[in-house]
Design a binder for this molecule. Structure first.
Ligand SMILES: Cc1cc2nc3c(=O)[nH]c(=O)nc-3n(C[C@H](O)[C@H](O)[C@H](O)COP(=O)(O)OP(=O)(O)OC[C@H]3O[C@@H](n4cnc5c(N)ncnc54)[C@H](O)[C@@H]3O)c2cc1C
Length: 375
């Protein structure tokens, strides 16, 4: 599928007009306005410029452009807030037999938001340790879900959640894992903001579910397949964010090194600074190629779990180095709130945790290498 150029133009206009001028203010305030979702919905941004759902969910390039542009025009926090709905909706779309149409439409129109709720206080990387439990209700096809989720992006405001929970499978009698669609209803969903190191304009929160009504999206084997598909997309999104932030920081660092005078000459006259800039470019060019390769594989439905992990780990590591060099080049200004290096330095750390930590992704990469030996 070719990139939809009119969508990209519209997206840039949206970012220039409604995001870029305000992002420093929103990061300082600790939130962006929720109306941004309905604005993005009414301008067709959340539909990636498509009128039909099937082509929207196949349009990898526009989904990547959305994450890239929102990161470049705003922050990683804003990109997570406004663009991560696609990962959650992809689960509904994959298992949609008409049951989820209304929810998908509401989210695409910006009339509702949806968050992915997997992590629990005692279960992060160790997904099997979750204790959130779903039990069948008296209503057909309905479950009542109880448990506590933590560090949920957009959790304070979300109207819907894709929740990972355990349930007793009627056919096997075993405890299985399932993904459930939960709607926020008074008295059944609550939570508090969890202040975090980065992603400051985004509400990251706990989500307590008390007999919350849920519908099964995917159970047992289908649940793991769906989770894998979602995590693959999420990891590529996070790699795109890392790469986008690294580029923005190099651009700003170049301007700064040109303008800033030391000993009567521009900062870039110093070889050490020139090498820092060159190092940033070396990191960015390598990860850009890797991200492009993975995006192409995702588009053609041949991206392996291992390749998604390799891309995410490389891109986040590159941003770790690039963000550190950015602060170094800017000196004290690099530590000042409101300057890009300070924000990117804080946000970079989160990327090595969310969507699977670096160590957990290294486990997947390592096991895949060993597996290829013994095949
Ligand atoms: C800002 C932010 C936003 C988030 N948003 C969401 C969200 O929207 N939805 C959601 O469900 N979750 C979200 N998360 C949670 C995120 O997915 C988890 O932080 C992540 O899965 C790691 O879990 P944990 O933090 O409990 O760390 P733990 O799993 O406790 O890990 C602690 C350390 O031990 C290491 N470790 C753990 N297991 C292994 C292993 N097997 N081998 C080697 N090392 C290991 C880890 O790499 C890490 O260094 C978010 C987190 C943050 C910080």
């Amino acid at each position: 599928m070719m990139m939809n150029q009119s969508f990209v133009t519209e997206l840039n206009r949206f970012s220039d007009h409604y995001i870029k001028p305000y992002i420093v203010q929103w990061e300082a305030a600790g939130e962006y306005p929720q109306e941004l979702h309905s604005m993005a919905g009414s301008e067709g941004i959340l539909r990636l410029g498509h009128s039909d759902k099937d082509s929207l969910f196949r349009d990898t390039d526009s989904a990547v452009a959305l994450v890239e542009t929102l990161t470049a025009g705003g922050s990683q926090g804003l990109a997570m807030g406004l663009a991560s709905y696609l990962v959650s909706l992809s689960a509904l779309h994959q298992h949609n037999d008409g049951r989820f149409d209304a929810v998908i439409e509401q989210v695409l129109d910006g009339d509702a938001t949806i968050s992915l709720a997997i992590t629990e206080p005692q279960a992060g990387s160790d997904i099997a340790a979750i204790t959130t439990q779903a039990v069948p209700s008296a209503q057909q096809d309905e479950f009542l879900i109880t448990g506590e989720k933590s560090y949920i992006c957009g959790g304070l405001h979300a109207n819907y959640f894709v929740v990972l929970a355990k349930y007793g499978d009627r056919a096997t009698g075993q405890q299985e894992m399932g993904l459930f669609l939960v709607e926020r209803e008074p008295g059944t969903v609550s939570g508090e903001r969890i202040p975090t190191l980065g992603w400051q304009c985004l509400d990251v929160s706990s989500v307590r579910l008390e007999m919350a009504r849920g519908r099964l999206i995917a159970g047992s084997q289908a649940c793991f397949g769906t989770l894998k598909m979602m995590l693959k997309k999420e990891r590529i999104n996070l790699a795109v964010m890392a790469n986008s932030d690294a580029r923005s920081l190099l651009d700003d660092s170049l301007i700064f090194a040109h303008k800033r005078q030391v000993h009567g000459a521009p900062l870039h006259n110093k070889q050490a600074i020139l090498h820092h800039l060159a190092e940033m470019q070396l990191q960015i060019s390598a990860t850009s190629a890797l991200v492009a390769q993975s995006v192409a594989a995702l588009r053609e439905e041949r991206l392996t779990d291992e390749a998604a992990c390799v891309t995410k780990v490389n891109a986040t590591r590159a941003l770790d180095l690039v963000s550190s060099l950015g602060v170094q080049i800017f000196g004290a200004r690099g530590c000042e709130r409101g300057y890009l290096p300070e924000r990117v330095f804080r946000d970079a750390k989160i990327l090595s945790l969310g969507g699977g930590t670096t160590e957990v992704l290294q486990n997947i990469i390592g096991k895949s290498l060993i597996h290829s030996l013994t095949k």
